[in-house]
Design a protein around this ligand. Structure first.
Ligand code: SF4
Ligand code: SF4
Length: 230
């Protein structure tokens, strides 16, 4: 078993044998891009998706009473083409430091996992094979936004209190009624629809353009805040 800290050049290979065990007893967290990909896979808008497929308590895919992922169909993933990052990088975990240095470590194997570990490739090749690189690029953009939000909110919030209304309006927007803030944050279609209406833009169909507008909308709000200087 490989346990050391790895980078994309480190020797690594893994062959999945489709046992489905990594889709059980696991909480799969989602970001707006992952929700957008999953929603489109199912022919939905993100507002519907978050209401139907996310846990009510946080940004995680729902699980069944047996604690299996809601998308597990027998031993197969029902949304394989658009599965989230955690599903693509398993059995590796990715860590990104505050100065954007990326490392990988092998995660604890699921009991009974039938995958085959090896060294006849690299971490980078494995990631490319899993189609995760576009996901990581977007995840890093959202991480940069989070750092900016954190800095800006420290200036905006005088005490440990709720977000001010203008922050709520800029960062958590949805065209769906009565959703908790984490769901509004993930309803990227709703946020972009509102932003486009305010800026006389036609809401795009292309998912890369949708993410661009989402990031742009939040950055514009951050630019206008006392602590939001780029
Ligand atoms: S999204 Fe697919 S791969 Fe990921 S946990 Fe669910 S069933 Fe498994
Ligand atoms: S536990 Fe390993 S072998 Fe089984 S489905 Fe998941 S990645 Fe594939």
């Amino acid at each position: 078993m490989i346990t050391e800290i790895m980078n994309r050049n480190s020797p690594f290979s893994y062959r999945c044998n489709g046992c489905g065990r990594c889709c059980v007893n696991k909480r799969i967290q989602t970001n707006p891009y992952e929700v957008l990909r999953l929603a489109r896979n199912l022919g939905m808008k993100t507002g519907e998706f978050v209401q139907q497929y996310l846990d009510k308590e946080g940004p995680y895919l729902r699980v069944t009473a047996e604690y299996t992922c809601i998308f597990l169909d027998n031993k197969s993933c029902g949304v394989h083409q658009d599965r989230p990052i955690a599903c693509r990088t398993y059995p590796l975990g990715r860590w990104v430091s505050s100065n954007y240095e990326e490392t990988y470590r092998e995660l604890k194997s699921h009991p009974g996992c039938e995958g085959v570990y090896g060294l006849d490739g690299t971490v980078g090749q494995f990631l490319a094979e899993q189609g995760v690189l576009p996901y990581l690029e977007v995840a890093d953009r959202y991480q940069a936004l989070f750092y900016r939000m954190f800095d800006a909110l420290q200036q905006v919030l005088p005490t440990d209190s709720d977000l001010p209304d203008n922050a709520q309006n800029a960062m958590f927007r949805s065209d769906q009624a009565d959703m908790p803030a984490f769901m509004e944050w993930l309803d990227i279609d709703g946020a972009v629809k509102i932003y486009c209406a305010e800026h006389n833009l036609v809401p795009p169909d292309d998912i890369v353009r949708i993410v661009d507008l989402h990031v742009q909308a939040i950055n514009q709000w951050l630019d206008s805040q006392p602590g939001g200087t780029p």
